[in-house]
Design a protein around this ligand. Sequence first.
Ligand code: NAP
Ligand code: ZN
Length: 352
Amino acid sequence: MYKARAYSAASAKSPLASSTIPRRDAGQHDVQIEILFCGICHSDLHQARDEWHNFMPTVYPCVPGHEIVGRVAKVGAAVKKFKAGDLAAVGCLVDSDRTCPNCQAGEEQFCANMTLTYNSPDSHTGAVTYGGYSDSIVVDERFVLRVPSNLNLAGAAPLLCAGITTYSPMRHWGVTKGKKVGVVGVGGLGHMGVKIAHALGAHVVAFTTSAGKKEDALRLGADEVVVSRNAGEMEKHAGSFNFILDCVSAEHDINAYLNLLGRDGNLTLVGAPEKPLPVAAFNLIFGRRSLSGSPIGGLAETQEMLDFCGKHNITADVEVIPIQQINEAYERLLKADVKYRFSIDMASLKSG
Ligand code: NAP
Ligand code: ZN
């Protein structure tokens, strides 16, 4: 074991603060990565503040961060895919049982025994896993991804969660040219959703509560932008969508969006608000519409998404911050005031 520097929350009510955490020494199959950038996902905030208590209670201290890009510092003797000096990335998963039908199908995100990058039991240390708000991490090479060399690293980090979480359901529900696709909430996930749906060739409509994001949404790749607080603008799109991806982090009315789906249209929730969302049955019955959810993505699909983003030169629009500004960044996230993802420059951790 060795000590790594990190930022952690000591309780649901404490701000994140500088600390040290134990990391395992790289074993035979492990890659030790010096973390260069880590994106800030709204899930980090939900988890640090124990907002998902009934579903995934937080174990403290909690070190969030699952949008990790870095450089390989060391590899174990059996590692084949990476060598010291390579670029490497880690997303939301660091292990799974590898034998269940979901793992066999390459859909590790559905493995009942998956190990999340933070807040999961850590079989190596006997404690809990610690995420990417840290100067290094040690991960089995099977769960380490390759970063296309043309991508800006600060902007590539958010692909590891925001990118795959929006790419995976779009691929599953057949988003292609000729489809009308809505993306609700132009935040970290939503702005990636707009970019990816556009690159997949769909007609993209972005829904935002922030009128000030309209121009940006068009620049990001939306064909149309609807300010969702304006009922008249919403009504114009009634019954017309093939697919809508809901990326909202807080309570909101999903019935307003179910009504915008056409026959057999699907609304997929990726946003994970703290409280349950009511659904009116007739909004599903009429039109045989469906409502579903989707978690991140498997390893193979995450690599496919990274390669797709490399080919289309897609990265997140980031505000790069030093780790010392993490608590302020969380407050801005709560106000939907980030354009459009914070990416922590981990070199800042060296100064405390
Ligand atoms: P984010 O950057 O904070 O973006 C959320 C966006 O939702 C905001 O920018 C805002 O967009 C909109 N919004 C916020 N409050 C709202 C409200 N009260 N009513 C309507 N719209 C509101 O968050 P994120 O990192 O993209 O994450 C979004 C959600 O996805 C979080 O709940 C997160 O935990 C979840 N998530 C799920 C997965 C998964 O695997 N399913 C993975 C990652 C994250 P506008 O300003 O455009 O309205
Ligand atoms: Zn995330």
